[in-house]
Design a protein around this ligand. Structure first.
Ligand SMILES: Nc1nc2c(c(=O)[nH]1)N[C@H]1C(S)=C(S)[C@@H](COP(=O)(O)O)O[C@H]1N2
Ligand SMILES: [Mo]
Length: 253
């Protein structure tokens, strides 16, 4: 769905929250976490990796672990029965890029000790995390969706961000771009997802890999992610596709 950039901007966060409470979405009730399939211990050490990635697993350095643990409590998750299969609207600023999953390699680089290029096979050898969360778009709609994929945190353990890394840039195949604070990016509920509602990710929703997280508004959740770049600093006028038009950068929920 194409939509007007300036129309999009008119929804302030306060308007969104008014909408949320008026429509009874109950965003902050936090009472919906009952699906036991999602309960995997946070920051679980990995022990069943495919050979080439296994050797590189180490804890993250202390200063980055501290930043992550300052992050707030887990956001609400929902039971499978709460999924709204038709509520997630396609919201793409441009045409849908087509990426061949067989030749695709995710680039992870920047302020890291072990820059990597990972195939979908490499990525799918990491623990599959599943979560049912509410996706919220500032245009005034939301949808409860199940996402399955890998934690950014687990990918970070492979590449080992340097102590000074503070932000993560996500580049997409449609030239969309986003920057996140590292604590939010490495939050245990931030995934690079390759499944939606238990099925392989549809192309229009961001296949082969898109961000999914209950702690950020929809525009932070890049689809068709091709590069994850750790960095020490943000670049002004390169904060994010919508942020550079005036949207709030942090966009936390
Ligand atoms: N690459 C890319 N990612 C994107 C967008 C986009 O236009 N391009 N739109 C964002 C917005 S505003 C929203 S609400 C969600 C929508 O995800 P969906 O199309 O899977 O519902 O994707 C986000 N990620
Ligand atoms: Mo959005």
């Amino acid at each position: 769905m194409q939509f007007d950039k300036y129309q999009h901007r008119r929804f302030s966060r306060r308007q969104l929250m008014q909408y949320a409470s008026l429509s009874g979405m109950g965003l902050f009730l936090g009472s919906c976490s009952s699906d036991s399939s999602r309960v995997s211990p946070i920051f679980k050490p990995l022990n069943q990796q495919a050979g080439n990635v296994k050797a590189l697993f180490e804890p993250l350095n202390q200063s980055i672990e501290e930043l992550i643990f300052q992050a707030k409590n887990p956001a609400p998750e929902y039971p499978i029965s709460a999924i709204e299969p038709n509520a997630l609207l396609i919201n793409s600023f441009d045409t849908t890029p087509v990426i061949d999953p067989n030749s695709f390699k995710l680039i992870i680089d920047g302020e890291v000790n072990n820059p990597m290029q990972l195939s979908m096979k490499d990525i799918q050898s990491l623990p599959l995390i599943s979560m049912v969360i509410r996706h919220i778009c500032v245009e005034g709609w939301s949808a409860i969706v199940q996402w399955g994929g890998v934690r950014l945190y687990d990918l970070a353990k492979l590449v080992q961000p340097k102590a000074g890394a503070r932000y993560v840039y996500f580049e997409s195949a449609d030239n969309y771009y986003e920057s996140w604070d590292i604590a939010s990016a490495l939050h245990p509920q931030t995934l690079l997802a390759y499944q939606k509602n238990g099925q392989p990710m549809p192309v229009e929703n961001g296949a082969p890999l898109r961000l999914a997280s209950p702690i950020k508004l929809g525009y932070k959740l890049s689809k068709w992610v091709i590069r994850v770049h750790f960095t020490n600093e943000l670049v002004q006028k390169r904060l994010g596709y919508w942020e550079d038009e005036g949207y709030e950068w942090f966009a936390g929920l």
